[in-house]
Design a protein around this ligand. Sequence first.
Ligand SMILES: Nc1ncnc2c1ncn2[C@@H]1O[C@H](COP(=O)(O)OP(=O)(O)OP(=O)(O)O)[C@@H](O)[C@H]1O
Length: 246
Amino acid sequence: MNDSQASVKVDKLSFSYGQRQALRDISFNLSPGITMLLGPNGAGKSTLFALLTQLYRQQQGEIRFADEPLKQLSHRANAKLGVVFQQHTLDMDMNVSQNLCYFGALHGLNASSSLAQAIPLLSHFGLDDRLQDKVRTLNTGHKRRLEIVRALMHSPAILLLDEPSAGLDPAGRRSLMQTVREYCAEHRVAVLWATHLLDEPGAEDQLLILHQGQLLANGQCQALIADHDLQDLPQLFAHLTEEPRP
Ligand SMILES: Nc1ncnc2c1ncn2[C@@H]1O[C@H](COP(=O)(O)OP(=O)(O)OP(=O)(O)O)[C@@H](O)[C@H]1O
């Protein structure tokens, strides 16, 4: 993957639902590797995802993928983007292979191309022996992994994961994160990983802290903690979110 393809620039993005402002003047960049988007319930994470995936029309500000305005890319953005939303969208009564081929068809891939793309991914995500199994028989962690495989099948440069570890136990969360981290480092994919869990961002991860629609921090996690003369992320989060803001 060419690094210039794996780039997202968000500039002064704001969004309101009627009178309720959900995002306020948000700016950040994504480049290859994981950027953690940390925010409690209602912070604006899903609204941001809806704008990045064009489910919602932009109101103010700009989003660029690989330096092209998203508004101009329109449906071509789908080729650049892989997405896993919070809600599961797998067909439980189809098997793994059928789910992947169905999704591949949406991206113009025939069944054999879909499987050729999917098999190395299934192997990386530890699902290579599950092709013929009904999705309903997979555990929660494996269903999540399958959703990520599906999102990566068309080799997107940008991967958006909205709380991908929801419902997983701590070991499952760590293992999923490690697997995504390795894949994206090797393939130079820019990942935005939304979470409300303070133990998910790693010390060296890029971190965005979103709270009540405002971006309160943007930088490497351990550098942000050191800049504020604090010990850890829970302290940083409390410090930033408890401070009075204009
Ligand atoms: N359809 C909507 N109509 C009105 N207000 C909305 C709508 N969707 C979200 N909001 C409000 O916008 C703000 C941001 O919500 P959003 O769902 O983007 O946050 P979130 O960080 O994804 O939260 P969660 O972790 O609970 O999913 C909240 O105040 C929420 O109540």
